[in-house]
Design a protein around this ligand. Structure first.
Ligand SMILES: Nc1ncnc2c1ncn2[C@@H]1O[C@H](COP(=O)(O)OP(=O)(O)OP(=O)(O)O)[C@@H](O)[C@H]1O
Ligand SMILES: [Mg+2]
Length: 240
């Protein structure tokens, strides 16, 4: 059941994020609304991961405000984040998912069946009893996705979830992401794969050196990029 208050829209208003002399994000204003996935793209170091951390509430902005459904408290919420390198508990694959279910307040009697359903959804049912840390990188990534979905998040933040996967596993994970999106989870995802952006995104947030250069529908972004940097990036020759 959905919490009565929603975390959407997620609004970043003139947000900057710095650490010492480094400015990771520079006066960014973006509104993320319910609907199809929002994909965050940009060259290495452009601030994609930093933006996801702010959206999760893991970092506080150095300037500006981040708000979720009009609230600025970063406290516990129905948000989940999946990092580029997922952390696995030193337990079986199934137990890693049960951990997510416990965090989401899933009643004890429902946990085993729900864990099985989630393992099946990500194609890992056969590996349920395997220690999670002995799964391959791609399998761990899928397990981490199942663990995040176990929390039934309203917003799911994904940091390049298919970066280390082969093409078949990538398509498989994309299907899971689309299913989650169709059942009402808002996906906000960083990706370097422009084919994937076309397949998944409803809108695209394009960053260069910590600045928002474009926020457009996927069709507009690919067909009518409005900044020279976006046009260069799409051609594969953005020089920084
Ligand atoms: N804790 C930190 N302290 C100082 N600088 C940082 C910190 N975290 C990130 N940075 C710097 O901030 C910039 C943005 O980093 P970020 O990880 O958000 O980029 P990214 O777009 O996710 O890059 P990639 O495509 O390589 O994953 C980079 O220049 C990075 O070196
Ligand atoms: Mg990153």
């Amino acid at each position: 059941m959905r919490a009565p208050s929603s975390d959407l829209p997620l609004v970043l208003d003139r947000v900057s994020l710095s650490a010492g002399p480094t400015t990771m994000l520079d006066r960014l204003t973006v509104t993320i609304t319910p609907g199809a996935p929002t994909l965050i793209i940009g060259p290495n170091g452009s601030g994609k991961t930093s933006l996801l951390r702010l959206c999760m509430g893991l970092a506080a902005p150095s300037a500006g405000t981040v708000s979720w459904g009009g609230r600025t408290d970063r406290g516990p919420a129905r948000r989940a984040i999946l990092f580029q390198k997922p952390l696995m508990l030193r337990r079986s694959a199934a137990a890693n998912i049960v951990y997510g279910l416990v965090q989401a307040g899933c009643p004890r009697r429902l946990r085993a069946a729900r864990a099985e359903e989630l393992l099946k959804r990500v194609g890992l049912l056969d590996l349920a009893t395997r220690p999670a840390r002995r799964l391959s990188g791609g399998e761990q990534q899928r397990l981490a996705l199942a663990r995040a979905l176990a929390r039934d998040p309203e917003i799911l933040l994904l940091d390049e979830p298919t970066a280390s996967l082969d093409p078949a596993a990538t398509r498989f994970v994309e299907e899971i992401i689309l299913m989650a999106a169709q059942s009402g989870t808002k996906i906000v995802m960083a990706s370097h794969d422009l084919g994937q952006v076309r397949r998944l995104a409803g809108d695209v947030v394009f960053l260069v050196r910590g600045r928002l250069r474009e926020h457009a529908s996927t069709a507009d972004f690919f067909e009518r990029p409005s900044t020279p940097e976006a046009a260069d990036f799409l051609r594969g020759d953005l020089v920084l």
